[in-house]
Design a protein around this ligand. Sequence first.
Ligand code: SAM
Length: 253
Amino acid sequence: MASTRYQSVSAMDAEQRRLVVRDIFSTFHRTYDLANRVLRLRRDVAWRRFALRRMRFGPRGRFLDVATGTADLAIMAARAFPGIRVDGVDFAEPMLEIGRAKVERRGLQDRIALARADALDLPFPDASFDVSAIAFGMRNIPDMDRALREMARVTIPGGRVLVLEMSAALVPPFRAPYLFYLRKILPSMGRLVAGDDAAYVYLSESIMKHPGPESFAGTMRSAGLARVEALRLTWGAAYLHVGLAPGGSGMGS
Ligand SMILES: C[S@@+](CC[C@H](N)C(=O)[O-])C[C@H]1O[C@@H](n2cnc3c(N)ncnc32)[C@H](O)[C@@H]1O
């Protein structure tokens, strides 16, 4: 399945994919939030809330949101944990601009800083954050090992690294209808909501190509994360993976 604008995910090399992803999120940023809510039936909000419950902060009180996009997770975290400061990074400036406007509308500009940066090269010293997370960004990053190592590096030893991601690994009765939804319905809905199916064909393909939960847990372990857990959400339409940055015993349960 290829859209008229982009090659299929499997035909692209890592650099082509990087450019396609940046192009998608730089051109369809205006409809991103609306499309997100409609197409994921608002489940994404509940999934982010679930991720917040797995975060643990110490006195340093710093959170990093990687691939922050329009800053939804950054804003939710700042509201849920009033003592923390949040950094959000993304390589698509147009998404960040929308994020900054949302942060200002909510009066959170003193606690949330958004900056342009690549997940593969985070502009922070080692052990800067109690928690780092990435929501719906990991499947867009071809070099997942490097992205995970970067998140582990900037997180304090024993601090939590969270990866929230869509999945096609649904439990059996839902698997076939969900694949039909991804292959056929999602691109057509994308055409209606965003006026273009290219981004949605990419979205569907990237979900189907993302490794299953066990395989991704293995990728996290080999990137050095400890005590990795895979938590299934909405019959497997999303997973939250949580691991501990190396060198510590973990904060809280
Ligand atoms: C589906 S959006 C998710 C945004 C947000 N985290 C959320 O929960 O809605 C994926 C984001 O990942 C960003 N992204 C993809 N690859 C990236 C990379 N290598 N470095 C930084 N950002 C990246 C895109 O620009 C886009 O804003």
